[in-house]
Structures are given as C-alpha cells and as structure tokens.
Design a protein around this ligand. Structure first.
Ligand code: THU
Length: 133
C-alpha cells in the first residue's frame, strides 16, 4: 500500500496537536508509514529538565516498536510550526535507523517547511549510520 506525502504529513500535523511543549512552544509531529499500510504517529514530550525531552520522531518510533513493529518502515513525515523548515535531529535519525535496519529498509523522509515538503532518504540524512558492534 502506498502512502502519499500529503496524507502522511496530515497525520503528522494532527499528531502535533498532542505535543507537550510548554518550554519551547515548538510543537512537532511525526508520522511513520509501514509496509502493511499502518501509520504510527507521535509528538514531542518535553520535560522541565530540558535534556530529558523526547522528540516527536523518537516518540513515534518507540510507540511503533512497543506495538511490535520490527521493520517495514517505508516513510516518515515530520512537521513543526508552519513558519519553520524542519528535519529530524541527529538523535532521531539514529533512532529511526534502528527500526529501518531491522529489515534493511531506507525510508523516505518528508520534511515540512514554509517552502513546501522536502524529500530525503534516511540514508541521506544519516550516512554511515552506526550499525552495531
Ligand atoms: N523536536 C522534535 O520533536 N523533533 C525534531 O526533529 C527537532 C526538535 C522538538 C524537541 C523540542 O521539544 C522542540 O522540538 C524544540 O527543539
């Protein structure tokens, strides 16, 4: 089943409404599309101890893995406030790479911004990802 950038970005935007970001006020949503047609989304969850905050992509990946997914990640959509171009932070790139490496996939990553959606492959965003010992 194919997922369009528009559909997956709409899921990310809806997920951003669940963000808990009282410190940065920067609401981020992420949606992950899987080969079986399912979509898992998440939003950032901040903490008063700022460094403990979770990004949207990490929250979505954790949810997907907690639900038993072990691969099959075909696409990721990420959005922030409409005024900002966003790409996943470095830590989230590695978190997404863990899920992708389980079946050797290289998901497309759609990143929203004021000039439209930019498309990358995860391997472009994180070349030479750490793959284990
Ligand atoms: N954030 C994400 O959720 N994903 C990203 O890719 C970049 C940043 C969050 C972390 C923090 O809650 C807020 O955005 C500001 O950095």
């Amino acid at each position: 089943m194919s997922t369009s950038p528009d559909e997956l970005m709409a899921a990310a935007r809806e997920a951003a409404e669940g963000a808990y970001a009282p410190y940065s006020k920067f609401h981020v949503g992420a949606a992950l599309a899987f080969a079986d047609g399912s979509v898992v989304s998440g939003a950032n969850v901040e903490n008063v101890s700022y460094g403990l905050s979770l990004c949207a992509e990490t929250a979505a990946a954790a949810k997907a893995m907690n639900e038993g997914r072990r691969g099959g990640l075909v696409a990721v959509a990420v959005c922030g406030p409409e005024t900002h171009a966003i790409t996943p932070c470095g830590r989230c790139r590695q978190v997404l790479a863990e899920l992708a490496m389980l079946d050797g996939s290289d998901p497309v990553v759609w990143c929203d911004g004021p000039d439209g959606v930019r498309e990358f492959r995860l391997s472009q965003l994180l070349p030479e990802a750490f793959g284990g010992l």
